[in-house]
Design a protein around this ligand. Structure first.
Ligand SMILES: CC(=O)SCCNC(=O)CCNC(=O)[C@H](O)C(C)(C)COP(=O)(O)OP(=O)(O)OC[C@H]1O[C@@H](n2cnc3c(N)ncnc32)[C@H](O)[C@@H]1OP(=O)(O)O
Ligand SMILES: O=C([O-])CC(=O)C(=O)O
Length: 456
């Protein structure tokens, strides 16, 4: 099987000096005086001066609450997330107490705005099962080709290619878009997991591909497809189901806003979803879940005692000073554009990892996470002058690690869940994005007369 190795990638190193020179030229003409942002009242990152998001749309799908506003002052509060008006913690609690799997119900709720009755849910699951099919030879011809360690890119490629197999790919009528969204939602687990198994096999591990089972929930099918012996425990499947519910939607987050921007141009569903995937993989968004686990491994490798608070503080200071980890100055899994005192999803995930870590004998690892949480919260809050808390990505990777899931699939798991939200927003955008999204930008370059070549 083809893998990317340096010998198959063209060598352009002879162009490096020229590339360096052009990069230097670019940097001489790239800077913008920071003071101008204030002068022109630019909403950087589409935020106002308080850091609050600019109001750019209305939605009925989900609400993210991280502060209240009093006389234009931002007052931090405990975070709450509502799907169609229902507190997500209540949804997780409800399905757990009724010993059901809740992700499919969440997809239904986000898309159609109502909690399904048992009959409606059964019919919906049957419909999803019918749609759970990839085109003939798609796995062989697309998914398994050129396997790489980045499943998000492979997933985006697969989804873009599915366009070619759809006779009504460009039809943006609600009924057709709904069909496309349901097909993509139910097939994303296979696309992601088969890509991972192809990558593993290219590294020398044996290849196996199981078929999803109609009687299993989305969470159970993910574990079934991934494990060579197809086995999983009830606790593992329920924890994964809860994680899928918690990741299903989140207001006007970066990848969902991308969804709206791309949708508003009138393009097809495959292009919209691929664009959202590309946004989600970024380390400041969904890609942070891999980064957290890498940060924890780096911490353990860098200090003598990772449970010792002062050693953890020293390491995290090095991260903030860009001297450790990836040199970006970010402590991953910390902070949020909306939440202040807490991210409700991280609260639920913390409870899960606490009990699973006890069961798996990993309480010391849990202690390290909690020490990092405590110290990083203090450090970032002090720096920003605002309360900061762990976000959804802080504990999700630890949960997946305890479930034995490979880190290459952490962000794809986020994407599998977020397909629900992207689908609901894609549908909502069909009516709401009748106006093409096109913010303004002020050009600060001076106007100049064109100079003929022989006069430069
Ligand atoms: C699913 C999700 O997308 S959840 C987010 C996942 N991403 C991460 O975990 C990556 C780490 N976190 C971050 O990069 C940020 O906190 C974000 C992108 C999530 C939010 O960014 P913002 O809304 O700009 O945060 P905010 O305005 O509160 O930041 C204020 C200051 O604190 C800093 N800060 C915020 N979070 C962090 C962090 N995790 N590490 C270091 N510094 C941070 C900011 O850089 C900023 O500093 P500055 O004023 O010197 O520029
Ligand atoms: O809302 C955000 O900015 C990011 C986030 O937590 C998510 O997409 O789940």
């Amino acid at each position: 099987m083809a893998t990317i190795t340096t010998s198959t990638v063209n060598d352009y190193s002879h162009l490096d000096p020229e590339l360096k020179r052009l990069t230097q030229l670019w940097s001489e003409n790239a800077s913008i005086d920071k003071a101008l942002y204030q002068k022109y009242d630019v909403k950087r990152g589409l935020r106002d001066a308080n850091g609050r998001g600019v109001l750019a749309s209305l939605t009925r799908i989900s609400e993210v609450k991280g502060y209240t506003v009093d006389d234009n002052d931002t007052i931090p509060c405990e975070g709450v997330l509502y799907y169609r008006g229902y507190d997500v913690r209540e949804i997780v609690k409800g399905v757990l107490s009724e010993k059901r799997f809740g992700f499919e119900e969440t997809v239904y709720l986000l898309l159609f705005g109502k909690l399904p009755t048992r009959g409606q849910l059964d019919e919906f699951r049957e419909m999803l099962n019918e749609y759970r099919h990839l085109p003939k030879n798609f796995v062989r011809d697309v998914v398994m080709k050129v396997p790489t360690s980045d499943m998000m890119n492979t997933l985006a490629r697969s989804i873009l290619t599915l366009y070619c197999y759809d006779d009504r790919a460009n039809d943006t009528s609600p009924e057709n878009v709904l069909r496309q969204c349901l097909q993509l939602t139910v097939n994303t687990p296979q696309l992601a997991i088969y890509s991972y198994l192809a990558y593993r096999s290219a590294r020398g591990d044996g290849l196996y591909l199981h078929r999803p089972q109609p009687e299993l929930s989305m969470a159970e099918n993910i574990l079934y497809l991934l494990r060579e012996d197809k086995s999983f425990t009830e606790l593992e499947a329920r924890a994964l189901d809860a994680a899928l519910i918690l990741h299903a939607d989140h207001g006007s987050n970066n990848s969902t806003f991308t969804n709206h921007v791309v949708s508003s141009s009138g393009t097809d569903t495959y292009s919209v979803i691929a664009a959202s995937l590309c946004a989600l993989k970024g380390p400041r968004h969904g890609g942070a879940n891999i980064k957290v686990v890498q940060m924890m491994d780096d911490l353990k490798a860098s200090v003598d005692d990772p449970t010792n608070e002062s050693q953890v503080r020293e390491y995290l200071q090095n991260v903030l000073d860009k001297k450790a980890l990836d040199g970006k100055g970010l402590i991953y899994g910390m902070g949020h554009a909306v939440y202040s005192l807490s991210d409700p999803r991280a609260e639920v995930l913390r409870t899960f990892v606490q009990s699973i870590s006890k069961e798996k004998g990993l309480t010391e690892e849990m202690d390290i996470y909690q020490t990092v949480e405590k110290v990083a919260t203090e450090m970032i809050s002090q720096h920003s002058g605002r309360p900061t808390a762990v976000n959804v990505d802080f504990y999700s990777g630890f949960l997946y690690k305890m479930l034995g899931l490979p880190y290459e699939l952490y962000t794809p798991l986020f994407a599998i869940a977020r397909m629900a939200g992207w689908s609901a927003h894609r549908m909502e955008g069909l009516v709401e994005s009748s106006k093409i999204i096109r913010p303004a930008c002020k050009c600060i370059e001076k106007r100049r007369p064109y100079v003929p070549m022989n006069e430069r």
